[in-house]
Design a protein around this ligand. Structure first.
Ligand SMILES: *Cc1c(COP(=O)(O)O)cnc(C)c1O
Length: 420
């Protein structure tokens, strides 16, 4: 099964369902805004990914930042996943969710001393090291703790991922990893450090790639480097090709999927014996979630019609941040006159829109589903405008599990004090 926009969510008798549950009943019971995830869709996406690489020893390290809810991490942990983390907080989540720290890779350009200590103590699989300074820091801390730190160096293959500039990370002029041309010297340096064990090599070229050609190019560059390392007697246990496989955000959109992705990577690495690591985030969760929101007000007249909904940029930041598209659909397929609407939130920013020029038949009180909201939705949410964050729900067949309660306003300022 693909992770296409349809998996887990479908209309039955005119009512949009997540698996066997009508989304209208979730909105009535749990309120709005509310994130709803389908366990079947999460499972299908993971299994599809694993099946595509069945011929190759591999480990799927789910990128926690895409959606870090404990229940989501637990679904993947039970399926055998490892995890890609970018903070000590994410490591704590993985452990709390029942994940295995020995299947964790730690990425990110700013690992603190405390985070490195925690990760060494938890015996993670590997540090994806992003600078020479970090390499030296990890070596020193490992020495203090009397441990050997497993490391992988993040190289920048310098391929153009042709995605939004904010989520392109593989070009030479960005803050991630080490320049391709410096990588060999780096590995020689790492080999001399006593408290490190060279475990692998790693890259991550960007996010939301819907054409797999850049992945093929990156793997080719990385493997050329692995061969050069082998020639110097440096052998690796794994090759980590990062995350970044995109998803279709529009029902009618065509995007390369897992089959094309696997072919690009497997063809380019036919004779390699290393274990392959993957760090998919969006691909595993993006189309497994929707955000339910209620129409508060309809404002007609003027140049445009506005539908003010109760979800805002603090709940789902992608439209405001990346000008991203999310399909917005009604919970009931009803007849009615389609009109063009600007779907906007209540936050005091003109950038607070969810969708522009959407043809919908709307009435006040209607609930809408914002699709493809399972990745970088809740995880990028904030309390801007003192808005409690949304509830999160996981559907499993006919069962509705609240996996995160809606926040209360009092919690939002519980840590604040007024000086006497
Ligand atoms: C964000 C990130 C990922 C996941 O990216 P997706 O596009 O969600 O697959 C993987 N690895 C690293 C290092 C990242 O920063």
């Amino acid at each position: 099964m693909s992770a296409g926009a349809g998996t887990g969510f479908a209309y039955r008798d005119g009512a949009l369902h997540a698996e066997d549950v009508a989304l209208a009943s979730v909105a009535a019971r749990c309120g709005t805004p509310c994130y709803v995830y389908s366990k079947a869709a999460l499972t299908a996406a993971y299994r599809g990914f694993a099946a595509a690489f069945a011929s190759r020893r591999h480990l799927i390290c789910y990128a926690v930042k895409a959606n870090p809810n404990l229940a989501i991490l637990n679904v993947f942990a039970r399926l055998g996943a490892g995890f890609d983390i970018v903070s000590g907080g994410e490591l704590a989540r993985v452990i709390a969710a029942g994940g295995d720290p020995r299947k964790v890779v730690f990425s990110g350009v700013g690992k603190t001393v405390a985070e490195i200590r925690e990760a060494l103590t938890a015996e993670i699989l590997c540090f994806n090291v992003e600078s020479v300074a970090e390499l030296l820091r990890i070596d020193r801390i490992a020495g203090e703790l009397g441990r050997i730190a497993p490391v992988s160096l993040r190289v920048n293959p310098d391929v153009d991922a042709k995605t939004h500039p904010y989520i392109a990370t593989g070009l030479k002029d960005n803050k991630f990893g080490v320049a391709y041309g410096d990588a060999l010297a780096w590995y020689r340096r790492a080999r001399e450090l006593k408290n490190l064990r060279i475990e692998g090599i790693d890259c991550h070229i960007g996010s939301q790639l819907t054409d797999v050609a850049p992945f093929a190019a990156a793997v080719e560059r990385v493997i050329a480097l692995v061969e050069a390392l082998n020639a110097e007697g440096i052998t690796l246990s794994h090759i980590d090709v990062g995350g970044g496989l995109g998803i279709p955000y529009r029902a009618e959109e065509r995007a390369d999927g897992i089959a094309e992705y696997a072919a690009a990577i497997l063809n380019g690495s036919a004779n390699r014996r290393e274990t392959f690591l993957f760090e998919p985030g969006r691909y595993l969760t993006g189309n497994a979630g929707v955000l339910l929101t209620r129409v508060e007000y309809l404002k007609r007249g003027g140049e445009r019609n506005f539908a003010v909904v109760d979800a805002a940029m603090n709940d789902l930041m992608r439209p405001a941040l990346y000008d991203a598209w999310h399909d917005i659909v009604p919970l009931h397929e009803h007849a009615g006159t389609l009109e063009s609407w600007e779907i906007v939130g209540p936050v005091c920013e003109s950038g607070d829109f969810i969708g522009r020029d959407r043809r919908l038949a709307l009435q006040e009180g209607d609930v809408l589903a914002i699709r493809s909201a399972g990745a970088y939705g809740m995880s990028m949410s904030s309390n801007y405008n003192t808005r409690p964050r949304a509830a999160e729900v996981m559907i499993d067949g006919a069962n509705v599990h609240v996996i995160r309660k809606r926040e209360h306003v009092a919690e939002l300022f519980a840590n604040e004090t007024i000086p006497a």
